[in-house]
Design a protein around this ligand. Sequence first.
Ligand code: C5P
Length: 273
Amino acid sequence: MPVTEAAPAKLNLALHVTGRRADGYHLLDSLVGFAGVGDVVSLDAGPLSLRIEGPFAAALSGDDNLCLRAARLAGADAAITLTKNLPVASGIGGGSADAAAVLRALARLGHPLPARAERLGADVPVCLASTPARMQGVGEILTPLPPLPAIPLVLANPGVALSTPLVFAAMDRRDNPGLPDIPRFAGPEDLVEWLAATRNDLEAPARAIAPVVGQVLESLRATGAGFARMSGSGATCFGLYDSADRARIAAAALKQHGWWAVATELAPPPPSR
Ligand code: C5P
């Protein structure tokens, strides 16, 4: 019986870059939530192998995939199938979410989680739980948060893969203030009001490299998003809507540009089994 785990899309609802370590990695302060869409990993018995299927399979090569590196770090063999539903190198977890899902599946099969999973990718620790958290340090300092309000949202990506190191390198300032205190959000309005006082410090450098990111944000707002922002180092952006219907209509309109777009919600990850 294969063991299946969902790898939900990670959203940096807010992301402040607060400094830089001596090794060049950036210090972050981020409110992270998860969407109701994602990749899926499935593990079966057998020697270590990886098969990639799904709409974005062609964008990935199997050799050095993070799923394989995760299994090696855990010292485990498995025949892994990755269903790649999300665009790659797009600021919504991707490889880190997949690697975390492999580690969760291996844990269910009796392999303990390896120490320092962040060596696989900065977003692996937060993706291991896949529940809302404040993420600090370079991604390894996590403060779990209560559930976020379930808000209809659209994820949209213009098909430009942005290199995370290049986006970080294009930043003007690396010593921004951290996030304001994160309260328990009573509802969508509360969260949007809090978000309005925060930023994604990687949005401006990403827009400088790929101006189409600005067009995606404008389209999200033009289709009724009460709030829109880029996630991570881009180029995926999210828009928050006041109804699931509006989000669905907006996603259809964004697809007219030839962009990838999906209507989902800010919510706990779907049950994986
Ligand atoms: O760890 P991950 O593979 O996600 O990071 C990709 C690259 O992004 C790193 O090699 C580094 O150049 C940059 N990065 C950074 N500071 C972070 C996370 C990533 O500078 N906190």
